[in-house]
Write a protein that binds this ligand. Structure first.
Ligand code: GAP
Length: 444
């Protein structure tokens, strides 16, 4: 983990937030390469959920959330962690994360600590006009259910996907970007006919497992864990967690829950009109029926929900951890390389002029860069250090799959040298073919 954290800072993936003022715990900023990696991971999820299927719609809802939403979702009452004070050091810990040096007699009994952040909305700060920063993106999906049903032609089963920020006032943020106070989630709420929920739950677990494997996470580093009893969230009938061997241990990467009809039921008015099976929260504030008409029976039903919910930041950490390698080279030297799957690499290609101050070479390199950038496969950069070896090492270390060197032969014969990150093999190709070469490389 330490090596990864150091590389992330050195190369511009991830920095501690507000670092120049001593940092704020549990908050991180994504730098020039981190933002590309994160966007690539999010886009891959979005494409697989929204573009490659016909039964999922997208949403991007507000972060600030009406307090009634989080009251009726159960979060005001139950979204808590057990907090313990240490009387001797004055620090506070989550009850399962007490450092060994704290003695039992110095600890208070655990008490519930609500993890939601509150903020004031509008100019009057008298405690009555507050909103929450959403602790999960899911609630906005539920409260937009009717809007989306009414404005699209979806019928059961169908889903709503959303990627966005979530906030939790974690008692003990830890392990770099693994447990933080501000993070992003990629969430799908998939609405199904009651009775078909268990079958859909299995399907989504399989589908999500396959997706993570395609992001470079090997199957043997993943375990499925069934959550049981008290460990289940208040809304869940059953949850399967996708656990990954992070550098600090086996922990949750994504949870796939069967949320039943709890959320749509709890946010609906006239709950008695429906055959709701879960123990919903009584609602006098909502003016909506979050139900859908069954096309066969014509009955109005509150669907069950299967929810694959993945943490973007945990995904980034897992992908970085798998990509990170220190390789021994045949000449005895070492190289650090981030072997990302091609589609996730923050920089797709670096165009390297052989001579930093040779105008003709630099101009040619810029022209090639612009041509490649127009392919819209991701970021392409000019690497004009004038030192080819150093440029290759840098781009190995940030996971750039291709380096394209422009030299005197480019000016004389029209050829460029393409070096592959993984094989380190170099191909000399005609520059007129570079766009095809580049596009085909990323199609594989
Ligand atoms: N809507 C369901 C939900 O929020 P969750 O298991 O609490 O369920 C889903 O969170 C995912 O969000 C987790 O699997 C994890 O990847 C990510 N996540 C949760 N809390 C986090 C935190 N404090 N820091 C980073 N990621 C977090």
């Amino acid at each position: 983990m330490d090596e990864l954290v150091a590389l992330c800072k050195r190369r511009g993936f991830i920095y501690q937030s507000s670092e120049i003022y001593g940092g704020l715990q549990g908050l991180y900023d994504y730098g020039p390469l981190g933002v590309e990696l994160k966007n690539n991971l999010k886009m891959t999820w979005w494409v697989s959920m929204v573009y490659e299927r016909d039964d999922i719609e997208g949403l991007d809802a507000s972060i600030l959330t009406h307090s009634d939403v989080l009251k009726h979702s159960g979060h005001e009452d139950t979204f808590t962690d057990p907090l313990i004070d240490c009387k001797s050091c004055g620090l506070r810990f989550r009850s399962d994360q007490i450092p060994e040096q704290c003695k039992d007699e110095e600890l208070t009994e655990p008490r519930d600590f609500n993890l939601m952040f509150k903020t004031n909305v509008g100019p009057i700060d008298d405690g009555s006009s507050f909103a929450y920063l959403r602790p999960e993106t899911a609630q906005q999906i539920f409260i937009n259910f009717k809007n989306i049903v009414d404005s699209t032609s979806q019928s059961l089963p169908f889903g709503i996907a959303q990627i966005g920020k979530a906030f939790r006032n974690e008692i003990t943020p830890r392990n770099f970007i693994f447990r933080v106070r501000e993070f992003e989630q990629m969430e799908l709420e998939f609405f199904v006919k009651p009775g078909t929920d268990e079958e859909w739950h299995k399907k989504w677990v399989d589908s999500r497992l396959e997706w993570w494997i395609n992001q470079g996470i090997p199957k043997n580093k993943i375990e499925l864990q069934t959550i049981e009893g008290n460990e289940l969230s208040h809304y869940s009938k059953s949850t399967i967690d996708i656990m990954y061997k992070f550098p600090h241990g086996l922990e949750e990467l994504e949870g796939i829950a069967n949320r039943t009809d709890f959320d749509l039921g709890s946010h609906s008015k006239n709950q008695n009109e429906f055959n709701i099976t879960s123990k919903v929260i009584e609602n006098k504030a909502s003016n909506a029926k979050l139900a859908i008409q069954d096309l066969d029976s014509k009955e109005w039903v509150i669907p069950y929900v299967i929810e694959p919910s993945a943490g973007v930041d945990r995904g980034v950490l897992a992908v970085l951890n798998e990509a990170f390698n220190i390789e021994k080279l045949p000449d005895g030297k070492e190289r650090t390389v981030l072997s990302f799957p091609r589609h996730l690499s923050p920089i797709k290609a670096a165009v390297v002029p052989l001579k930093k101050n040779n105008n003709d070479i630099v101009e040619k390199a810029k022209e090639i860069k612009n041509r490649l950038q127009k392919c819209q496969l991701g970021r392409v950069v000019i690497e004009n250090t004038g030192n080819i070896g150093k440029s290759y090492r840098k781009h190995d270390e940030v996971g750039t799959p291709l380096c394209i060197t422009v030299d005197f032969d480019t000016l004389d014969k029209g050829t460029v040298t393409v070096r592959d990150r993984d094989t380190m093999k170099q191909d000399v190709i005609d520059q007129s073919k570079i766009v095809d070469y580049f596009s085909n490389y990323f199609k594989q």
